[in-house]
Design a protein around this ligand. Structure first.
Ligand code: PHE
Length: 335
């Protein structure tokens, strides 16, 4: 046994000395120290040694194994060190490794661009929960129980009085409940409606705006929105305010911009009208101010809400809203 171990050790060290590449060293290591290797066999063989000599044989075998392990480790370290030298392993003709770079989702980019415009105008950013109380989503916004906007078809109900918010307007109420005027906030976020086709997804994004103070007029609303549209698109893009209805604003307006595709001439995107509807807006309804305890003689304000996907689609010329949420890297990489 003793002789055999000595021979094995010498043989291993000799072969190791004669090997100069990493692959060869690895093969040898497996042969001698692997799970089915020579040393494992030796150690197993110890059970056949007469009981009296067994402890001695075991000790010897373990010593040899340890010495071989050290020798192999050192050999590998030497090879690794060598390969770091320029003359050794560096192949300057290999192509470089490219790094895959991530980027922000186009909706995030547009949200940030719009937010920056408002931050420069002195607005702050507010937030509210996606799972919202019926009170904030409807009741406090002067949307009575029988209003069509509450129809089961549009709203995802969690329970009788909890919904997935259908718009960002509940954030208006949450902000006004906590603070008194002057208020200048925008609130970007996800909203949910039971709806799905080329221009609707069950989840989409809105940006809410709210400005309240003394002497805030419809003229301020027009000024802010005109600045916004000119900065997102360009100075030549004109706006049109059409009378409309929202329970929480009076008067209310729907705001169109001149079609950015055909420049107002009429095309498929604007259904040959030359105009595109981009947001809803109006002067905050006194009933809403009363819900949050504001003095309706002293304060006035305006609010607006716009769909972010719609703006992004126009800005980038995208014709199907679902593309934003299919997570196709080839689509997302273009922004
Ligand atoms: N919340 C309205 C919607 O989702 C938009 C809006 C916001 C209208 C604020 C007026 C004032 O359609």
């Amino acid at each position: 046994m003793k002789e055999e171990l000595k021979k094995t050790e010498q043989e291993a060290l000799k072969s190791l000395e004669a090997t100069s590449d990493r692959q060869g060293v690895n093969l040898l290591r497996t042969r001698y120290l692997g799970r089915k290797g020579v040393m494992t066999q030796c150690l197993r063989g110890i059970s056949t040694v007469p009981a009296a000599d067994r402890p001695e044989a075991g000790r010897l075998a373990n010593e040899v194994k340890t010495r071989l392990e050290v020798a192999f480790r050192e050999a590998i370290e030497r090879l690794d060190a060598d390969s770091k030298e320029p003359s050794g392993g560096l192949d300057v003709t290999l192509p470089g490794r490219s790094f895959a770079r991530g980027r922000l989702h186009p909706i995030t980019q547009v949200t940030q661009a719009i937010s920056e415009i408002f931050l420069r105008l002195g607005f702050e950013i507010a937030e509210g929960p996606n799972v919202e109380l019926d009170y904030y989503n409807f009741e406090a916004l002067n949307i009575p129980k029988d209003h069509p906007a509450r129809d089961m078809q549009d709203t995802f109900y969690i329970s009788d009085d909890v919904v997935l918010r259908t718009h960002t307007s509940p954030i208006q109420i949450r902000v006004m409940e906590k603070r008194s005027p002057p208020i200048r906030i925008i609130a970007p976020g996800k909203v949910y409606r039971v709806d799905s086709d080329v221009s609707h997804t069950p989840m989409f994004h809105q940006i809410e705006g709210l400005m309240v103070g003394e002497n805030i007029s419809f003229g301020d609303l027009k000024g802010i929105l005109t600045t916004l549209v000119h900065q997102i698109f360009d100075e030549e893009t004109s706006l049109r305010f059409r009378p409309s209805f929202f329970p929480f604003t009076e008067p209310s307006a729907e705001v169109d911009i001149q079609c950015v595709i055909c420049r107002g001439k009429g095309c498929r995107v604007c259904s040959h009208t030359g105009w595109l509807e981009v947001l809803g807006a109006g002067m905050v309804h006194p009933a809403v101010f009363e819900m949050v305890g504001y003095d309706t003689d002293r304060y006035t304000g305006f609010a607006f809400g716009m769909g972010i996907e719609r703006i992004a689609m126009l800005k980038y010329g995208i014709d199907d809203i679902r593309k934003f949420y299919e997570n196709d890297i080839r689509f997302l990489e273009q922004f």
